[in-house]
Ligand binder design. Structure first.
Ligand SMILES: Cc1cc2nc3c(=O)[nH]c(=O)nc-3n(C[C@H](O)[C@H](O)[C@H](O)COP(=O)(O)OP(=O)(O)OC[C@H]3O[C@@H](n4cnc5c(N)ncnc54)[C@H](O)[C@@H]3O)c2cc1C
Length: 443
């Protein structure tokens, strides 16, 4: 069976490795000169930065990602790093809260702080524990939990406490997002509290571990797929760099809105399907500042007053903290600018966020080595409107069957951050669920 994978980001590489383990030899098409997509790392003045990735939950021994990485022989190629105690501090309603390092400790911390809500906190954690198991078994996807976070937080009345819980939606929605899918929230919430780790060398190290593991996958770089071909039997091939190549199955890790545009013709059922996909709401876009800060910063810092802003430390370099400052931004404000206007707008926005960070935290000197706008994310993923995590992980959208790996075009499958969920957890889970459709080949 000839299988093509469109996109050589985290999800494309993962799908290839999982297919290899099942006996297949897939081909990856990547439009950029490098694989890695948003998970890539890059250097400025010898300092290593990450396009996006900073940390992930579910990486403690025997948690979901740890086990998945171990079964793919990736763990022995990576060095996981624990935080010292906590991983996040959040600034809400004039106070700084440090998240305690385990779910039990965090629950107790909140129960001490919000005595009136003692039982509500107990109940909330209980519901989160019940939904926290991450599993790619088909039976776990038959009944889809359509509850939103708002539905489950209904008894919690204290506004500050609600905001503390809502902080955990930052990892796939940005800012407080009550309409988040509760099912995914619970998985992130508990698995982060009990198993957040950094990876030495950042996202680039994960990409290297994956590419080093691929033995029977062909990878074509600078190879943008422009068309997907189908007959009445389903997908039949694709067009890349003007050349037509035949395939029995295609996995697209590219945004589903972009993927569905690659068909010249769709039947009635598929046209309806495309309409549903085109109507999906995107997560917001963002601005990043890649800098060296003259201060020791160990924990990720999130500030939630007026406008959201965060400072995410990655590593140290010559005694300084290598960090990314991340703030909300608007794709629409950049998309139609001339080169000169774009440069001016980017400089202005960078200066604005820097001044906000300095005012809030009063760090020493901050040396900016680079910055990126919503157009940069668009460049790395070829997705939609530079949205930070692709399709928004809302309860409503995640309970729609349009976002599953199997599509309405026979032998076309979806994987990637837009399908099940974004991030390392979403990419692994999406790829593993997809593998249920590929039978293991005999040796
Ligand atoms: C700022 C930021 C911070 C983040 N922080 C974290 C974090 O701390 N922890 C975490 O777990 N996750 C984090 N994430 C999310 C995580 O990085 C992504 O969800 C994940 O890397 C997405 O991988 P992907 O393969 O699905 O998509 P992508 O990385 O977007 O890969 C898609 C690939 O397809 C290629 N492509 C597109 N169109 C075509 C075409 N027509 N033909 C051929 N190739 C094509 C693209 O060039 C790209 O390489 C963060 C994301 C951002 C933006």
């Amino acid at each position: 069976m000839k299988i093509a994978i469109i996109g050589g980001g985290l999800s494309g590489l993962l799908c290839a490795l999982m297919l290899e383990k099942r006996g297949y030899s897939p081909t990856i098409y990547e439009r950029l000169p490098k694989v890695g997509g948003v998970l890539d790392s890059f250097k400025r003045k010898k300092v290593l930065f990450d396009v996006g990735f900073h940390y992930s939950g579910a990486l403690a021994k025997n948690q979901y990602l740890y086990n998945s990485m171990e079964s793919l022989d990736l763990l022995n190629k990576l060095k996981l790093q624990e935080y010292e105690g906590s991983f996040d501090t959040i600034y809400i309603d004039g106070e700084i809260f440090t998240i305690a390092e385990s779910s039990v400790a965090f629950k107790e911390q909140l129960q001490k702080q919000f005595k009136d809500e003692h039982q509500n906190i107990e109940n909330f954690f209980q519901k989160c524990y019940e939904a926290s198991v991450i599993s790619s078994k088909p039976e776990n996807f038959v009944t889809i939990d359509s509850r939103s976070l708002q539905d489950v937080m209904v008894d919690i009345k204290n506004e500050t406490l609600r905001k503390i819980f809502l902080h955990f939606t930052i990892f796939y929605a940005t800012e407080f997002y009550e309409k988040a899918s509760f099912d995914f929230y619970a998985k992130i919430f508990i698995n982060m509290l009990d198993g957040t780790r950094k990876v030495e060398g950042g996202g680039g190290a994960i990409i290297k571990a994956l590419t080093d593991s691929l033995l029977r996958t062909s990878i074509y770089k600078r190879s943008e797929v422009t068309k997907i071909l189908q007959t009445s039997e389903g997908v039949s091939g694709l067009i890349c760099n003007g050349e037509k190549v035949e395939y029995d199955a295609i996995i697209s890790t590219v945004h589903p809105k972009v993927t569905m545009k690659m068909f010249d013709e769709l039947d009635k059922k598929q046209t309806r399907y495309k309409k549903h996909i085109d109507a999906l709401e995107e997560s917001p876009s963002f601005f990043s500042i890649f800098c060296l800060i003259d201060a020791e910063i160990k924990l990720n810092m999130y500030f939630y007053e007026d406008e959201f802003i965060s400072v995410l430390p990655s590593r140290t370099y010559e005694g300084k903290t290598v960090a990314t400052i991340l703030a909300g931004s608007y794709y629409s404000e950049y998309e139609n600018l001339s080169k000169e206007e774009y440069k001016i707008k980017k400089e202005k926005e960078c200066a604005y966020h820097l001044q906000r960070v300095q005012k809030l935290y009063n760090f020493g000197n901050i040396e900016v080595l680079d910055s990126s706008t919503p157009m940069t994310k668009q460049y790395y993923s070829n997705g939609c409107e530079g949205s930070i995590y692709g399709v928004l992980c809302s309860a409503k959208q995640k309970s729609l069957s349009v976002l599953m790996p199997r599509t309405r075009v026979k032998n076309l499958y979806f994987a990637g951050e837009n399908i099940i969920a974004p991030g390392l957890i979403g990419a692994f889970l999406g790829a593993e669920i997809l593998m249920n459709y590929f039978t293991k080949l005999e040796d």
